[in-house]
Design a protein. Structure first.
Length: 214
């Protein structure tokens, strides 16, 4: 969804203030704010390298603001794992992709095993009691931890570009990595796996995901 604020002219001192109200009911996910300076009237004189056509963009700035936690925005599907290649006794599975330019929300999906009736009910209805909230917290922490581990394993590939297409796999994983104190960590060897998992668990809780201490 895209909208524009009324244009504002620069005053004689070269200042302009854009004042607009964003409707909260229309905002979710990632908000992109684009500020553009463009030419309204052609200049009196013409010079080489100087814009003369009305509408020419002289400057452009984009700022992106994350309004929701990524882990709460996954598409979710419920299936019977016993009819798939997945373990029938697993509660959930995250479909992923290492194609960093692919759309994140078109390639990442949480699958809930319908055989786990408690988790299926908690996801479908939203948390209604402490046990259901605990199940959702565990799911959220697990998904967030898996995302962080995936980002760490792909860290070198993610660093190949300064900016990935908005909402692409590379974009989401880059922001996941940047928000974590483990951004400089190296994927572990077998000897370090236990300590690494503990660090991931703490990093996820520091991001406000999963069950919090009470």
């Amino acid at each position: 969804m895209t909208d524009a604020s009324p244009p504002v002219r620069f005053d004689s001192g070269g200042w302009a203030v854009v004042d607009t109200i964003l409707v909260g009911e229309r905002l979710s996910g990632v908000l992109t704010l684009r500020t553009t300076v463009s030419l309204v009237h052609p200049p009196a004189g013409r010079a080489i390298g100087v814009a003369t056509v009305p509408g020419s963009v002289l400057a452009d700035q984009v700022q992106r603001v994350v309004l929701e936690n990524v882990s709460s925005m996954f598409p979710v599907s419920e299936i019977d794992f016993s009819r798939t290649r997945l373990s029938p006794t697993a509660s959930w599975h995250l479909e992923t992709s290492t194609d960093l330019v692919a759309p994140f929300y078109g390639t990442f999906r949480v699958l809930i095993n319908s055989r786990d009736r408690e988790l299926s009910a908690a996801v479908a209805r939203g948390a209604r009691d402490k046990r259901q909230q605990a199940l959702l917290d565990e799911l959220q922490a697990g998904v967030a931890g898996l995302l962080l581990e995936l980002a760490l394993y792909l860290r070198e590939d993610l660093g190949d570009r300064d900016e990935w297409p908005p909402d692409s796999v590379g974009d989401i994983l880059s922001r996941t990595l940047a928000s974590s104190p483990l951004s400089t960590s190296t994927p572990p060897s077998a000897a370090d796996l236990a300590e690494f998992r503990t660090q991931v668990s703490g990093a996820i809780r520091n991001l406000g995901r999963g069950r919090v201490f009470r």
